[in-house]
Design a binder for this molecule. Sequence first.
Ligand code: SF4
Length: 348
Amino acid sequence: MNTTTIIDYLKTSDPSDLFAKAKQIKAETVGNKVYLRGLIEYSNRCAKDCYYCGIRVSNTKVCRYDVDEQSVLDAAEYAWRKGFGSIVLQSGERRSREFMQKIEGLLNQIMTLTNHEIGITLSLGEQDEDTYKRWQDAGAKRYLLRIETSNRMLYEKLHPKNHNYDARLKCLETLQNLNYQVGTGVMIGLPFQTLEHLAEDLQFFQTMDVDMVGMGPYIEHVDTPLFSTVGALRATPLQQVENRLDLTLKMIALLRIQMPTINIAATTALQTLDLFGREKAIEIGANIIMPNLTPLKYRENYFLYDGKTVVKDTFDDTIADLEVRLAQIGAEIGYNLHGDSLHYKSKP
Ligand code: SF4
């Protein structure tokens, strides 16, 4: 699909044809199964200072935590026993030998505890090749590293000068060379973002030949430098909340058409803007959901953006509710399945 066509779809007030096509392609490729990735937000400590993020290092209002080891293991075991195919271990970015070894130790314990049956995705930021390799050897099979925007100039506006776009790209390449299943993603409706940028993002995913994508609407956090900018730009159509939701769904549909066999996540941010946002995404292209398994006492401190949902739900409530919601749209949970990216599996 060329840029003009993508932008026309992003602009349209009636995306029914787009959604119908994406739905059909989804049914013919990845099918109606939704795979679970139990999300464990291991730590909100981060060395970086992204202007949009609530847990950036400069936000002194955040109560910092590392989930204690036993709680991580309990959450992983819960996921395994409940038939989740996989978990995601996510954290702010830290690059130290101590952190590397801590994660490596947790991975080894989780693999032993789950009889080597659980799939593990990591989302722990930019690391060096040796660290990625050690974590892979300890059991991680997939890695998520969101670029947040593929446009270099926009990226530089959203990050301090010491955050390097090229370094992030290099990490994605390193992960691919190590044969991880690699995921990335972007925010939609960012200040300064244009429809051309979003079209570039879709082309970026294809050029990078990624296996998984997680895209969510940008949601502001009051304690971030970008927040005041959001206020100033709210008058522009791209910034209105309903348009961010609408654009995210269109982006997911376009991506499913463009890359039929990749895994696409229905993100929590979608649910934050619309109670049924995740289900809407599943209907028109997404096939992954990441129920939050972070122990309740830590969850309220992992606020990347304002208004994040499901903070108080228990694990069982979340899954029971999810089953009902998915059944209503003809989808079902792929229990005890890893749900690996078909795109990845088809690579030579
Ligand atoms: S977006 Fe990620 S890397 Fe940036 S400050 Fe937040 S947690 Fe850290």
